[in-house]
Each structure stands twice: as structure tokens, then as C-alpha cells.
Design a protein around this ligand. Structure first.
Ligand code: GMT
Length: 379
């Protein structure tokens, strides 16, 4: 198949997933065209059958807000014509689903048929899409898509509720991981640099937005630190970064925290971790938690959203209510101080990630869904 993929190219789970999907599909013989404003951050080497088309937004003094969606639509239209694309796969509804729909309408006028598949990832539905400035266009563009997928059952239900569209057919296609890239093993990890005195390594990776509750990460770590010699490794950056430093200093744990900033690849780091923390307000899925599980690292985080479909409470990690930092700290200490428990959780984590979420299992689900959309049988 000839497939366009529109996604956010910078740090974040939806862009990471979209890029990995493109790479996997190209390896399976499909022709893949990424259409976005920068080289996707996980697209670091040459892959046969995979192309990148940059969206350039012209600046003009009149434009206080340069119209990215328009430039994206025009690029989608151009690329779809030039390469005779059959499918445009929009990852994260805003603005990709709407742009793909308009590009499809432009092509229809020319007698061409471009099918639009939209994958809902998270805050496009649960946060941003519900802002009054975006609600109606998000609902419209999702409903107009020829096929819609969501990364979890939780997100499927949230979409039905948030957009009052419970008749809309949404296929759950979970996120996936490459178990050859994310795997246990500390031979080439950076353990000595991160924990020079053999401390346990607690890790958190995110874009430091409010929804991630990074302050809770620091509070949980402060609880762990009272009981266990440990260091907290933060990967990523974002708006809440300054508040993390301030809180850590107030709680007296700043010296035990390492900030690594934004990194292109985290596989080598994850395998060094003893524990991964994800205490988010809500997660539609929690791709990074899956990457931790695949690396054999148990996860402690919050239940009540999509993370509960990824982490099995009491088997591969522990989930507690949002804000329950003491309970999360206690579960973390339990895991870090009981070597047998930690090993059994680590093995179960790796096993569940490979058995339920390996790329070899999930990518064919997308292929079958594309085929259904092309045959018009998905709706
Ligand atoms: O929705 C977002 O916050 C952005 C998005 C991203 O680009 O990182 O994250 C979402 O998509 C990921 C990939 O499907 C999911 O693993 C994350 O759980 C989800 N984030 C939230 O739901 C907060």
C-alpha cells in the first residue's frame, strides 16, 4: 500500500508510535510518506520505501499565528497526488485529521480517492479536543475519517463520551514496542555513571506537562529515598521542569536527581532502571510505560485510565489513585527492597509486553484495518 503518515515529529508518544509504525510498514514492503514540519525524531537512518516531506509554513507580518494546518493540507494534497497515495494516516486528531479530510476533498474534485485513517492518541480527545475552540472541528474530522482507531479501550470510551458520538465505530489498536530494541540487559547501559555507589535507579520520562504530575514523581521519590539508597533519573523536558527543581530542593532530594534532558533514544537507559514512575492525571495508554515493561522494568503509576490496560496491578507493577503519592512510594519501596519480588515483576513485565504488545502482533492489525478501509468495510 502507499500510505501517508501525518504526525508530530518532536518528542512525544504519538510521534514516536507513528514513526515506529512507518518504519515497520516500510520493512513489510509498503511505501510510506511522512508529512510533517520536521524530521521525526525517531527517524534517524535510511529505510527503503520510506520518505519524508517537510511542511514549510511561510511567515508573513500579517500572520500572528502562521496557518500550519493550511500548509499541511496543501503538502498532503501534493504528496498524495505525486505518489498516488491510497491512505492518509493522521496520528493525533488535531490538526492532522481535519487537514487530511480537506486534502481528501481537494483530491475528490480531481477524481482521486484518498482514504483517511485517524488514530486518536490521548489529549487530542481528553484535553485539547475538548477545548471549546477545537471541540466541533475535532468531532467533525474524526467522524469524517474513513476509519478511526484509538490506542486503548479507555480512549475509545472517552471519545464516545466526550464527543457524544457513541455510534462512531472506533477500532482499538494498542500501541506496540519492538522487543529487540527494548529489552532487559545491563551490559551496555550506563549504570555506573547514573548510580556510582550502586544506588537503585528510579526513572521517569515525559514531556513535563501538567498532566504528567511530575511533582508527584519527586514526592514519590522523596518517600523512596527515605528507605532506599536510590537516584531519580529524569529524561525529557517541558513546562513543569522548573517546578520540579524547586520542589526537589525543598524536599532535600535535589542532589539525588539526574536531569538528562531530551534524548532521541531511551532504550539503553530504560534497561538500567530498577523502577519506572508514571503517576499521570490520566494516560490514554502510556507508551513509555510499555517500553519500560519490555525492558523488564516494573512500573508504579496511576490507575483509572489507559495505563491500567498496560500495567497489571500486582503482577507487572502497582497502580494507585491519582495523587496517592504515599501509596506509590510504599509500593516502590516494596519492589526495590525485595529482590525476588522485583525479579518476578520484571520477568512478568517483559513477558506481558512481548506477548501482548510486540510490533509483530500489532502492525498487522493496522495493515488489516487499512485493507478494510480501502474495501469500504470498516464502517
Ligand atoms: O496526548 C498527549 O499527551 C500527547 C501524546 C504524545 O504525543 O505523546 O501522548 C498520548 O499518546 C501516547 C501514544 O499513543 C500515549 O502513550 C499517551 O498515553 C498519550 N498521553 C496521554 O494520554 C496524556
Amino acid at each position: 500500500m502507499r500510505i501517508g503518515i501525518a504526525c508530530y515529529p518532536t518528542y512525544g508518544g504519538s510521534g514516536a508510535l507513528a514513526t515506529e509504525l512507518g518504519i515497520e510498514l516500510a520493512a513489510r514492503g509498503h511505501e510510506i510518506h511522512f508529512i510533517t514540519y520536521a524530521q521525526p525524531f525517531r527517524l534517524t537512518s535510511f529505510h527503503e520505501g520510506l520518505f519524508f516531506h517537510e511542511v514549510e509554513v511561510p511567515h508573513y507580518p500579517l500572520f500572528e499565528y502562521p496557518p500550519y494546518s493550511l500548509a499541511l493540507t496543501v503538502r498532503m494534497h501534493e504528496v498524495a497526488r505525486q505518489h498516488d497515495l491510497e491512505i492518509m494516516h493522521a496520528h493525533y486528531a488535531i490538526p492532522h485529521a481535519e487537514a487530511a479530510w480537506v486534502a481528501g476533498q481537494m483530491l475528490r474534485k480531481e477524481g482521486r480517492n484518498l482514504k483517511v485513517v485517524t488514530t486518536l492518541h490521548g489529549t487530542d480527545i481528553t484535553l485539547v479536543g475538548q477545548d471549546p475552540s477545537f471541540w466541533s472541528i475535532t468531532r467533525f474530522s474524526v467522524e469524517q475519517s474513513d476509519g478511526v482507531t484509538a490506542v486503548s479501550e479507555y480512549l475509545r470510551q472517552e471519545t464516545h463520551q466526550a464527543f457524544q458520538c457513541d455510534k462512531l465505530d472506533i477500532r482499538v489498536v494498542p500501541n506496540f514496542v519492538d522487543p529487540e530494541i527494548y529489552k532487559p540487559g545491563r551490559d551496555d547501559c550506563h549504570l555506573r555513571a547514573l548510580a556510582p555507589h550502586g544506588e537503585k535507579i528510579v526513572m521517569h520520562i515525559s514531556n513535563f506537562r501538567k498532566v504528567k504530575r511530575v511533582d508527584d514523581v519527586v514526592r514519590i521519590f522523596a518517600g523512596i529515598r527515605q528507605e532506599v539508597e536510590s537516584r531519580l533519573v529524569f529524561v525529557g523536558d517541558g513546562p513543569e521542569r522548573a517546578s520540579v527543581t524547586e520542589l526537589a530542593s525543598r524536599l532535600g532530594v535535589l542532589e539525588d536527581i539526574v536531569f538528562l534532558g531530551k534524548l532521541e533514544s531511551v532504550a539503553g537507559l530504560l534497561s538500567c532502571a530498577d523502577l519506572f514512575l508514571l503517576p499521570s492525571e490520566q494516560e490514554s495508554f502510556g507508551l513509555v510505560a510499555l517500553e519500560a515493561l519490555a525492558s523488564g522494568v516494573p512500573v508504579v503509576g496511576t490507575g483509572g485510565s489507559g495505563l491500567a490496560e498496560v500495567v497489571d496491578h500486582g503482577v507487572t507493577g502497582y497502580l494507585h489513585p491519582v495523587g496517592a503519592v504515599e501509596a506509590m512510594a510504599a509500593s516502590s519501596v516494596q519492589l526495590l527492597t525485595d529482590a525476588d519480588l522485583w525479579s518476578s515483576f520484571g520477568r512478568a513485565a517483559r513477558d506481558a509486553a512481548v506477548r501482548r504488545y510486540s510490533a509483530a502482533l500489532i502492525v498487522p492489525m493496522y495493515e488489516r484495518f487499512y485493507q478494510e478501509v480501502l474495501e469500504g468495510s470498516s464502517r
